[in-house]
Design a protein around this ligand. Structure first.
Ligand SMILES: Nc1ncnc2c1ncn2[C@@H]1O[C@H](COP(=O)(O)OP(=O)(O)OP(=O)(O)O)[C@@H](O)[C@H]1O
Ligand SMILES: [Mg+2]
Length: 372
């Protein structure tokens, strides 16, 4: 455990239900306790919004500004080995956002909070196992984007190109030649994204398998990458070159030319791929029990933590939203270990009794009722 915690204080102004909330001195572990609707998740969301740049609720900026207000402010005091500074994000009801460090505006988030990372644990994580493929793609890509600028850039560009291409496919006048240039870009960027994804998944899957072993009784967790372009290499640990990926994508685009004109959308590429989770070789989405799904989801998030430690060399900040109460003794103990080894953890709960050890080691903050 490091001697200093990364986030030393949090201030919210007009952020969701919090007119003004100041948490003055966060500890290595901080527990936010309050009844339903008191704004616990909102505090985690605010911290994540500044550090990771996005809301784990997939909320739009305008949604987090308190109803009837023009803007919201989230202020974090951050401490590093060699420096302490205040990061402030101003969010406008029109959807804009501006980032300041010690009062000076900054353009790039990575210049400001590039060293800090968050991993969020939520009851909704079960969706990783039973939800549609975009939940898993998004989780993987969000992790990749946080760890590598190149990954994030490739993903944004690829998404932009596919959107453009789809718009073109919907125009009945667009010719094959009009499409060509966008197809080439989709192939180049898609191949790059696919390679990034597989590499990250290989790392994540190895950690997840190990973590899952200690959470469950013997069932083996594995992860496969299922592409829609006929590469056929489902084991992410098998290295696929950019050229192989390009060739496969090019062939798939050619083969499904008529189909995509008919459906007026881009039907091949990494935006259609899936990460398949297997328990003892069987698809967890279809066969795993509720408790087994919970272990898999937990293993995924802990694996994110380990992957961040591998790549960045430092431990992330864990944000745990009401997850303890749903876990049995063994999983709770595993999570406690993660919390203890994280650079910092912020937990929420409606009942302090659900957080073992909280009274001993953690700073406990009571949030008021819905109308504070
Ligand atoms: N933009 C907004 N302006 C004002 N209030 C908002 C806004 N967005 C959400 N809220 C309110 O914030 C309240 C608290 O939400 P939050 O999800 O943080 O509660 P919670 O303490 O996590 O509750 P639970 O224990 O049920 O998870 C909700 O009642 C919600 O309606
Ligand atoms: Mg909540």
């Amino acid at each position: 455990m490091s001697e200093h915690v990364p986030v030393t204080s949090v201030t919210l102004e007009r952020f969701r239900n919090h007119q003004h909330l100041e948490i003055g001195s966060l500890d290595q572990t901080t527990v936010l306790v309050g009844p339903n609707g008191s704004g616990k998740t909102n505090v985690l969301e605010a911290i994540d919004l500044v550090i990771s740049g996005r809301s784990f609720r997939q909320a739009r900026i305008e949604d987090v500004v308190q109803w009837g207000s023009d803007d919201a402010v989230v202020r974090l005091a951050l401490a590093r080995q060699d420096a302490a500074f205040v990061v402030e994000e101003r969010l406008s009801a029109e959807g804009g956002r501006r980032l300041y460090v010690n009062g000076v505006e900054k353009r790039r988030r990575s210049d400001v909070v590039g060293k800090e990372h968050t991993v969020v644990f939520r009851p909704d994580d079960l969706e990783l196992v039973k939800g549609p493929s975009d939940v898993r793609r998004d989780a993987l890509d969000a992790l990749g984007a946080r760890l590598s600028e190149a990954y994030g850039h490739t993903r944004r560009e690829y998404t932009r190109v596919v959107r453009h291409r789809n718009a073109l496919l919907r125009e009945w006048r667009a010719t094959q030649a009009d499409l060509e240039v966008w197809t080439e870009q989709a192939i180049a960027l898609g191949a790059r994204l696919l390679v990034h994804r597989r590499r990250l998944l290989a790392r994540l899957a190895a950690h997840a398998a190990r973590e899952h072993d200690s959470l469950s009784d013997g069932a083996r967790l594995s992860m496969e990458y299922h592409d829609r372009c006929g590469l056929g290499a489902t084991d992410p640990a098998v290295e696929v070159s950019g050229d192989d990926a390009k060739a496969a994508l090019r062939a798939a685009f050619a083969a499904r030319r008529d189909e995509e004109r008919q459906r007026a959308t881009t039907v091949v590429g990494p935006h259609r791929d899936d990460v398949v989770l297997l328990l003892d070789g069987r698809e967890a989405r279809r066969f795993a029990s509720q408790g087994q799904r919970r272990s898999i989801a937990l293993a995924w998030r802990i694996a994110e933590m380990r992957t961040i430690e591998d790549v960045s060399g430092s431990s992330p900040i864990l944000l745990l939203d009401d997850v303890m109460s749903e876990l049995d003794e063994r999983r709770r103990a595993a999570l406690q270990d993660c919390i203890a080894s994280a650079s910092q953890a912020v937990l929420t709960t409606t009942d302090e009794g659900h957080v073992p050890g909280a009274g001993r080691r953690a700073l406990v903050i009571a949030l008021g009722g819905p109308r504070e």
